[in-house]
Ligand binder design. Structure first.
Ligand code: HEC
Length: 126
């Protein structure tokens, strides 16, 4: 599947992250707007708020933003955030990591893709 290939690229070729993001026809510019509108109440890239800071989130293990007070479930999770796991998380956080405390989801696939493209972009160029 195409997405698997993108994942491989994200994992292996750091500088190609942006190219990979474009390969799955996601729009990081639209993603930024969506992020600010829908995630911004609880998250920012740089700072912990209600939710953890997203700086460098793509490629890092769940529950590891410095100084953020995670739920025990997310802290104990072995999930590493990438295009695929972020898509699952935003579809249904509770199903991805039972016991989490985010309680917010993004039902539309294109919205998820665009938001994730934005997170990939900010993770590649913090
Ligand atoms: C109502 C507040 C709220 C909103 C809105 C929200 N989140 Fe969260 N988010 C949280 C909380 C709280 C956590 C920590 C969960 C835990 O520790 O169980 C979290 C955790 C996460 C994580 C895991 C990060 C890590 O360091 O492991 C990701 C990724 C994430 N959110 C992405 C998003 C995105 C993308 C959006 C917008 C589509 C969003 N969140 C909207 C509150 C929110």
């Amino acid at each position: 599947m195409n997405r698997a290939l993108v994942l491989l690229q994200v994992a292996v070729i750091g500088p190609a992250l942006l190219v990979a993001a474009q390969a799955w026809s996601a729009d990081a510019v639209r993603g930024k707007e969506l992020y600010e509108a829908r995630c911004g109440a609880c998250h920012s890239i740089e700072d912990n708020r209600v939710g953890p800071a997203h700086k460098g989130v793509v490629g890092r293990k769940a529950g590891t933003a410095p100084d953020y007070d995670y739920s025990p479930a997310v802290k104990a999770s072995t999930i590493v955030w990438n295009v695929d796991t972020l898509d699952r998380w935003l579809t249904d956080p509770e199903r991805t990591i039972p016991g989490q405390k985010m309680g917010y989801s993004v039902p539309q696939e294109q919205d998820r893709s665009d938001i994730i493209a934005y997170l990939v972009k900010v993770s590649a160029h913090p």
